[in-house]
Structure formats: C-alpha cells, structure tokens
Design a protein around this ligand. Sequence first.
Ligand code: GAL
Length: 414
Amino acid sequence: MQKLKVSLLTASCSIAFSVHAADIEVLHWWTSGGEAKAAVELKKMLEAKGHKWKDFAVAGGAGDNAMTALKTRVVSGQPPAAAQIKGPSIQEWGNEGVLASLDDVAKKEGWDKLLPPEVASIMKYKGSYVAAPVNVHRVNWLWVNPDLLKKANAKVPTSWDEFFKTADALQKAGIQPLAHGGQSWQDATVFEAVALGVGGSDFYKKAFIQLDPATLTSANMIKVLSTYKKLKLYTDKNASGREWNLATSMVISGKAAMQIMGDWAKGEFLAAGKVPGKDFLCVAAPGTAGAYTFNIDSFAMFKLPNKEAEKGQKDLAVTLMSPAFQETFNLNKGSIPVRQGLDMSKFDDCGKKSAEDFKATSAKGSLLPSWAHGMAMYSATQGAVVDVISQFWNDDTMTAQQASVKLAAAAKIK
Ligand code: GAL
C-alpha cells in the first residue's frame, strides 16, 4: 500500500507538474502603439501553447533602458526566460555563459535553410543557435506627409541637396520640415542615414564596420557631419527628449512634414489607421535608394533551473520563427519576415519594397548592418560613438573637425 501511495503521490505531482504551464518572462522594449500591438501577437501565440506570458516590458526606444534592467536581473542571478537581444550583443552575452542553446529547435525546424546565412550567423554563438530572429527592419527610410509637401509645392527629396530645397520650401510655407526626437539613439539613427547618403556604402563600411580611423577623420566625414548638423535648423525647439513615436505622430497629424526613422515608424502610421501611398509615403532616406541598413530583432533564452520553463523557451523559439507569427507580427511592427519564402501578399507597398530590396542587396552581398541599432559594434564602442554624435548635435560650439577626432577616439573603445 505504502508503495502504491508513494507512486500515486508521485503520479499526481507529475500530472500537476505537467498541467502547470510555465510562466515565461520576456524582456522587451516594445511599448509604443505599433510595437505594443505587435508584441501582443507574441503573447497570444505563446499562451495558445499553454504557457503564461509574464510581460517584462521596459519602455525606451532602441532598448538602452531595457538592457540596463536586463543586466541588473542577470547579475542578481534572476534572468528572465527570454530577452530582446540582438546583433553583436548576442556574442557578448554568449561570452557570459548564460544563454541556453536553441540548436535542437533550430535543427528540427530547419532554421539554416530558412534564414539568409548572414542572419543565421548573427544568431549563433560559437556555431550554436542562442537567439531566435523575429524580423528585418530597414533603417534607411524617410517618412513623408504628402499633403504638407503639396501645400509647400515641394518635391519628395531623393538626395540631400533636394532635401534642403524641400525643407526650405516647407519652412517658407510655415510648415515644420523635420520631426525629430532629441535622444542619443535617434540622433545616431539620423546621422547613420546622412553618412550612408553622403558617403556611400563603401564609406559606411570603412567608417562604422571597420572603424577605420582615417575614414572617421576624412574630409568625407567632415562633409557628413556638416550635412547632419544642418538638419537641426529644420527641427523644432521642443525636440529634446521627445520619444521617437511622438515625432512620428507629428508627421501623422500634420505638425511636421518628414521623419528619418526605421520602419517601426510604419507601425505607428498603421496603428493610427493611415494608408501608405495616400496618407504617408515611405521613401529611401536621401541618397540611399540602392542601399539597405538592416536591424534584426531577436530573442535570446537564458539558462534556467527548471525543465518546465525550458519547454516554454523552446515553444517561444518555435513560435518566433513560425510562418503565422512571422506574418502577423511583422504586419503590425512595420518590419518584414526574417523567415525567407513567405507569402508577402498581405504586406503593403512599403513592406513589399523592403522585401525586394533586402533580397536584391543580400544577393549582391551588400546588406549593411545598422550600427545605430546595435548590429555592427560591441556595446561599449557603440555607446561611445553614439555619445559623440549626440554631443555634436546638441553642442553648437563643437566643430565637425572636433567631432570627427572624437569619433575616431570613441571607435577605439572596446
Ligand atoms: C529598435 C528595435 C525596433 C524598434 C526601435 C524603437 O532598436 O530593434 O524593434 O522597437 O528600436 O524602439
């Protein structure tokens, strides 16, 4: 009897254990309109698999606040089940020995065949998958309110010379040309677009991927910095500290004519019920039509002591790369699926254009990682470079020459 009781007790525990779904705590920074709508899709799909989504949302565009919160939790030995970690940071977290392998899921689901090789390698640490990719955001976009350009009889700019002509016409018509949020990552996002448009892809690679000191202090860099600083004349006095999605709202509501921002901005237009091609235009940032700066969101899973949570992490990884999630999430987020070969018919013209251009630049091997969004440098270097760019934007006494010397020094920080 005793034996039976023990086995019944064990059985009931194991049944209870398997019935109790795991709380899967997920750290992310998707709190704006479009971002939150997209994040809810992930919550819904994970809970449909019987797990409990524990939301660990830390507001703040581009995730600086989220990363600070993550470090605190990991240092205190209580990592979340999953966290939005991307680009070279995946290697840095891999070096800490805290990431769980996703190789079994990746193998079973065939990720190596579903992802472009340059994307798969970003998700691996020492050859093993430790992160699941979610999307492809294109960063080198200009978002335009066509009604305001019409009012000013101005044209959609395709070069920086044309941009300033259009901006002058808008200003003369009493319309604010450029919406901007004065936060360091947004300053860097705008600078990245100017650097690509003025300097070109080779210059971009030498400066921000190879961190070549000669390029960072070249005459071309001085031209880029001067062009970048000129943009400030076309922003408003209340830009400092403004969240990126509030800058997007200015273009949506007709308070400003344009914004230079990645296509998470499209998620805001869509969430506001705006129609691409009618209420807003998505065009390549001036001078970057043939180029593609990519920003791939991904989630890494942390090693956890309990098996149930591990099952939840694997289900999360499978969900993230599933065709259903890839379509629903990206339709809301403004990005495109990272899983190749999916039907793009539900995506709007901005999404279709992004997918075409991604494919074309990937085939030529000329995709460019967005350094402003953590896809090209280790975090210490990126932080130092972003700080110089933001300081140059804010400090009207700093010359382009001084900024370029500071850039070269910042690029040496490891
Ligand atoms: C990026 C992130 C995007 C978007 C943006 C604004 O770094 O990859 O998904 O959320 O920040 O917060």
